[in-house]
Design a protein around this ligand. Structure first.
Ligand code: MG
Length: 314
């Protein structure tokens, strides 16, 4: 029997290619209860690069007190440099929460960094221990210095479609916050549906509002969570709005820290299956990512929540 693949039927109204921004080693592992050893992390990044993913976000230079799962960030980056991956063709971005994190990233020789902010006041206070204005004050010198050092800077904006404490998040509030980050000098803005509550009409409305505000879709990435099985539909809606960069996590690593659900980050494999079927080029070898997720599941002691991984794994 042949290994199943979707029959390819192009939709000419969709982009010919998209970039999958793999976040499993950072956003995934930081939310797993099991901390995997350095060797496993290094092999994970290497395998994801080898499977054709064009960007693999490697780790976070956050204080180990907040994210003990990534306490070995500096050692991991040194290891990736020794393996020849850090200077390779595939960018390996690192999250930097503040200037101290940026200093560590610069010393480590990374070329791509990401900052992380909230679209809502409550999440800014709970997650970053800062109000909205204070988070911009913290991010501004990080972005400015990183750009001056020649780095690529991505800005994550979380809680763009709903907040577990505040509920609905107004579209205008997200556009204002996002445009402020782009105005700071960020190269790309990743809009996060952190609790996975976004639906198709909401995605279209938010992207329309960004376009009306003067933001080109090429400046945006979408970070969908699949908590309520909406991530793929939302992806199609965003592609129709011209977005061509999508975040995903191999095997759906990470769960959802705010919904007590096993399903959080959109699984890379589910996204690749969709895009393969639509004839949208990604450069990603689906079977290789499935192999990697199955291998990693053994280290995490839990099966992948991805339907595609479950269907295709041996
Ligand atoms: Mg996420």
């Amino acid at each position: 029997m042949r290994s199943p693949t979707p029959q390819v039927v192009r939709d000419p109204s969709l982009p010919e290619a998209v970039t999958i921004w793999e976040v499993g080693p950072r956003d995934g592992l930081q939310n797993e209860s099991v901390t995997v050893p350095l060797e496993v992390k290094a092999e994970l990044v290497g395998r994801l690069v080898a499977s054709g993913l064009p960007v693999v976000e490697a780790t976070s230079f956050v204080h180990p007190r907040w994210v003990p799962q990534l306490a070995d960030a500096a050692e991991l980056v040194a290891r990736l440099a020794a393996d020849g991956l850090l200077a390779g063709e595939t960018p390996l971005p690192v999250l930097v929460p503040n200037e101290r994190g940026l200093d560590r990233a610069l010393r480590a020789g990374v070329t791509h960094v990401a900052v992380f902010l909230s679209a809502t006041e409550t999440f800014a206070r709970r997650n970053l221990n800062r109000g909205l204005d204070e988070q911009y004050a913290m991010a501004d010198p990080v972005v400015t210095r990183a750009k001056a050092a020649g780095l690529h800077v991505r800005a994550y904006l979380s809680m763009c479609f709903g907040d577990p404490w505040e509920g609905d998040v107004p579209v205008d509030q997200v556009v204002t916050a996002g445009r402020r980050l782009l105005a700071m000098g960020a190269d790309q803005l990743s809009l996060g549906d952190t609790i996975g509550v976004g639906t198709v009409g909401h995605v279209s409305a938010l992207l329309r509002a960004f376009a009306e505000g003067g933001t080109a879709p090429g400046e945006l990435a979408m970070h969908f969570h699949d908590t309520y099985s909406q991530a793929l539909a939302n992806t199609v809606a965003a592609m129709h709005a011209g977005v061509t960069t999508f975040d995903a996590s191999a095997g759906g690593l990470g769960g959802c820290p705010y919904a007590h659900s096993a399903t959080g980050n959109l699984a890379t494999e589910d996204l690749v299956w969709l895009l393969d079927g639509l004839g949208v080029h990604t450069g990603v070898d689906l079977a290789a990512v499935v192999d990697t997720s199955s291998w990693l599941a053994g280290h995490l002691g839990r099966p992948s929540p991805s339907r595609v991984v479950r269907a295709l794994a041996d």
